[in-house]
Design a protein around this ligand. Sequence first.
Ligand code: F0G
Length: 457
Amino acid sequence: TLPYAEPYKIKMTEAIRTSTREEREAWIREARYNLFKLRSDQVTIDLLTDSGTGSMSDRQWAAMMTGDESYAGASSYFRLKTTVAELFGMPWFLPTHQGRAAENVIFSALLKEGDIVPGNSHFDTTKGHIEFRRCHAVDCTIDAAADTQLELPFKGEMDLAKLEKVLAENPREKIPCVVLTVTNNTAGGQPVSMRNIRETAELCRRYGVPLLMDSARFAENAYFIKTREEGYASKTIKEIVREMYDWADIMTISAKKDGVVNMGGFVAMRSEELYKKAMSFSIMFEGYVTYGGMSGRDMDALAVGLDENTEFGQLDTRIRQVRLLGDLLDQYGVPYQRPAGGHAIFVDAKKVLPNLPKEQFIAQTLAVELYLEAGIRGVEIGSILADRDPETHENRYPALELLRLAIPRRVYTDNHIRVIAAACRNIFERRAEITTGYRITFEAPILRHFTVELDKI
Ligand code: F0G
């Protein structure tokens, strides 16, 4: 047999800037040790996120030329509406400029002060939108997700006992929806099985609570169902996606991930009544209901992106590349959230730097080290991201301190992956020399990680 190769070739390239360690030391100091504050040309390999950073296909670029920029009733809107209805089976949808905007629109229609929203590790913008409305996000992720060395095929799942407890102990009117995030980004890009989706949905139905799927990486989740769950090997990704969404009442999506567009998102639902309620918030926050936050051309590129990225070959290539990074880190002994996730590798910073106190921001310290080592920009998924408790204002220290290395879609080659792994190895080998971390000198009251300023201790 022949070796594996990607199911596409590359038509356009973009130059990468390299830098010296001295340059990087000055730049990161100027950026107050916050990698979000770096200029992208100060970064050699950018693993900050896989969101909006993918390469579009020639078919997507071609679709942009057919974009209809009419204010109302654009044909681009109807093409995207048809794709959403076919792929997810959701008849009502509102385009938004990205995922958090979809959350804003639907939570404005659904949530009221004091409500409780259970879920499997709400993403930070989701939690932000819940807490901003003085509601509570209750995490019902399985405990196993917090043990980075445990190999589980579906490590992002909802703990049904925890969820049932929340549903049973609170009045129905205090729980406007349950959020199931596929894949579970915060737990390491870990998938949720079809069985867990079904059982979560059945529990929700029993309590009369709608199930909302946070769908940023829905296609990667479907790939894991196909390759890991019994009974799905011969189903297509599109069939699996449809079955996943047959269990959901509402979906929000950041289309910047598995839609492979640079900007965009939407909220979709089964209920016309809810759609009518959400419409006003779309018009107020995003735009008229047939474009919301998106240009016509972007809706066309998204319709093609959703269709292409629900083909097995695309997902297989991508997840193989993420796995390659995991395999190389295994060779070098660098600990990460196992098994390798769909969109990223999450290095276990507590295991790399076991002697650094949590008050000095362990994962952030590792993120800065990786930038200094090779100009690679990852992102902290730890106590800076976790924000302060909205009531006590104390720092929240999550069980895991992770350095996320998110791989953009169709952007870097396997050679880049080898550089990333080697840089991690170099830090791992000199980890004993890293004895101090950082303290915060400025922070915003919510979603602080984007703008936080730090100083070396
Ligand atoms: N839900 C999940 C699971 C996400 O991962 C994200 C974004 C959002 C919602 C919000 O979408 O950014 O389009 O407003 N995640 C990005 C990331 C930012 O880097 O993981 P958005």
